[in-house]
Design a protein around this ligand. Sequence first.
Ligand code: ARG
Length: 257
Amino acid sequence: MCRPSHFDVTYSINPWMHPEKPCDGGLAVAQWEQLYELYKSLGHTVEVIDPIPGLPDMVFAANGATVVDGKVLGARFRHAERTAEGPAYLNWFEKQGFQETLWPEYINEGEGDYLVVGRRILAGTGFRTDPRSHAEAQEFFGLPVTSLTLVNPNHYHLDTALAVLSDTEIMYYPEAFSEGSRAVLRAMFPDAVLARHEDAAVFGLNAFSDGYNVLLPQAATGLIARLKNRGFNAIGVELSELLKAGGSVKCCTLELR
Ligand code: ARG
């Protein structure tokens, strides 16, 4: 995770970002601290990377890399405002002693568009990650990668439209995907939890699950109820300030596998 010490909305690279609207930096840090403490109270180990001045979106650690089996695929950002984050995150991994790292040839925004389900990877494209990156990721990790096309700009990253609940279960918002990708998801995950518009619109799919505890925006009340029915411990989290940049729980969280 990355503390949002320099967080602000100073540019707009997705429809959620309105630099002219006020944003409370102190509240952003306080809300982030709650998420950080919640992970620790649930027994997770949380590493932090130092935030860098001038990189307000660096709080969205999910975008910093993709890590599977200790292998680190670096991130290469679509927008100039975020490009410096890629080397900053990869450098952190190298300093921590991760030995298999790859500086990518193609644009990919880390776990924003790469989600690991068991021993396979779901990969988003359409807004940020270059589809050619999907083959690069498959070759690097040696795991099957399934390409999914996003079509709704409010759900510009895969992790804003789909969340992994366990090694075999996901939840997603069908309307965020192309016709073909919806059919692929139906075939692969016939028992998936399908999110309704109200929950998707409050970023309810931007969730982190450890297989039992599912942390998600507290406004996603429909999803919270349905996850509880399925036996998950759904926990609502308030991250109103980070939402003004188009991010929430999952965006703040990069999993170190
Ligand atoms: N403002 C950031 C951007 O548009 C938000 C990134 C959210 N991160 C995520 N994993 N979806 O790039």
